[in-house]
Design a protein around this ligand. Structure first.
Ligand SMILES: C[S@@+](CC[C@H](N)C(=O)[O-])C[C@H]1O[C@@H](n2cnc3c(N)ncnc32)[C@H](O)[C@@H]1O
Ligand code: SF4
Ligand code: SF4
Length: 340
């Protein structure tokens, strides 16, 4: 057996279109295994497209995986073309949210939200018949990488339903943290079922946070993260990850963010900003990982700090790790200035 990414062998991710992926659709350029409204779940999970995807792991030739931006889950497994029911389900179709992060929800979203709502409704209406057998076999459910679990009545209802179907299930929750409080966690009976909590904060100060997260609540997030850190210290939570999407508005907080993660025994996770499809001028301004951005070299300089080598408390995705100075001589001058 070798350590390989377990997602294609164990994970399904459901999008609001009904498409089934094995991890984040951006990491595989929307390589779908099939659609739950066109085929049965069994046909999708071991169908031709799924098998072609898994073959990459046998041939060691990764043409479908964007390994520089993805977050693989490595495990010792022997790759096979067909596999039993997935162990991990990621529900990623409910876009309800209580805030608007400027890099996630763009101006033109209102119209799109209406379309999304109709698509979500179709999944909601068919949820039991499609997912009950899959949930019965699963060990871990992830919610909600499309919106905010704690702000959505539908996602909250799903959590209750899942626990009823499979009381031994564990949860991996990705959240903006505002409503991820002790009270809400206990009300959902999640405290003893939490495997991982991934909280997206993107800043080490209220000032920076407020520029990025509209209608957010930085103090509530920090209180809730401290509650989760306590659960981790008590051995009730395996992973506490703090997400940080790197943009031109928050890159100066990166080092303090690692210090905060270290203080509470969590892991800071730095992700490059992905442009949305309807690119506009705000996006060009935010996208500091483009060599043409005026602050690009400052970001590269910051990333060269040894604080980012602390593997226990920090992960920088390969895309960011591999950024090179756009003009090396300028970079050396900057480095020199920073050292003074
Ligand atoms: C869409 S959110 C949904 C879960 C939850 N609401 C949250 O914020 O964590 C899932 C993850 O995608 C990240 N994200 C959103 N927009 C992004 C973008 N344009 N580029 C990179 N990551 C993004 C968020 O920061 C978060 O970590
Ligand atoms: S290697 Fe990356 S892109 Fe490929 S399946 Fe794993 S997480 Fe997804
Ligand atoms: S909280 Fe999550 S889903 Fe909501 S706007 Fe921010 S990144 Fe997007």
């Amino acid at each position: 057996m070798t350590k390989i990414c377990q997602h294609p062998f164990k994970t399904i991710q459901i999008q609001n279109t009904g498409e089934v992926y094995c991890c984040c659709c951006y990491w595989t350029d929307f390589y779908s295994f099939g659609n739950i409204f066109d085929s049965s779940f069994e046909e999708i999970w071991n169908g031709q497209k799924a098998q072609d995807f898994r073959r990459q792991f046998i041939d060691n030739n990764f043409s479908f995986c964007k390994t520089d931006v993805c977050d693989p889950a490595f495990e010792d497994i022997t790759p096979t073309l067909t596999v039993p029911f997935p162990k991990r389900i990621e529900f990623s179709y409910d876009r309800h949210c209580n805030v608007r992060c400027i890099f996630c929800r763009t101006q033109s979203d209102n119209q799109e939200e209406l379309h999304n709502r109709l698509k979500e409704k179709r999944i909601e209406d068919n949820f039991d018949s499609i997912f009950t057998p899959v949930i019965q076999h699963a060990e871990l459910v992830e919610l909600n990488s499309a919106g905010e679990l704690f702000a959505s009545k539908h996602s909250i209802d799903i959590v209750k339903k899942i626990i009823k179907i499979n009381p031994n299930i564990q949860f991996r929750i990705i959240s903006n943290g505002i409503l991820f409080s002790k009270k809400n966690t206990q009300a959902l009976d999640l405290e003893n079922r939490l495997n991982s909590a991934i909280i997206s904060i993107h800043s080490a100060s209220k000032n920076t946070y407020d520029k990025l997260v509209k209608n957010g609540n930085f103090n509530a997030v920090i209180d809730n993260v401290r509650y989760l850190a306590n659960l981790k210290n008590l051995g009730k939570l395996q992973t506490l990850q703090l997400n940080f999407v790197v943009t031109a508005l928050n890159y100066k907080d990166m080092k303090n963010f690692v210090k905060f993660a270290k203080d509470i025994n969590a892991k800071a996770f730095f992700i490059n900003y992905h442009r949305q499809i309807d690119s506009d001028s705000l996006q060009s301004l935010l996208d500091i990982s483009l060599p043409s951005h005026p602050k690009y070299n400052e970001l590269v300089e910051i990333l060269s700090d040894p604080i980012f080598n602390d593997d226990e408390h920090c992960v920088v995705n390969d895309y960011l790790k591999n950024l090179k100075p756009s003009n090396p001589s300028l970079f050396q001058r900057l480095k020199h200035l920073f050292k003074k």
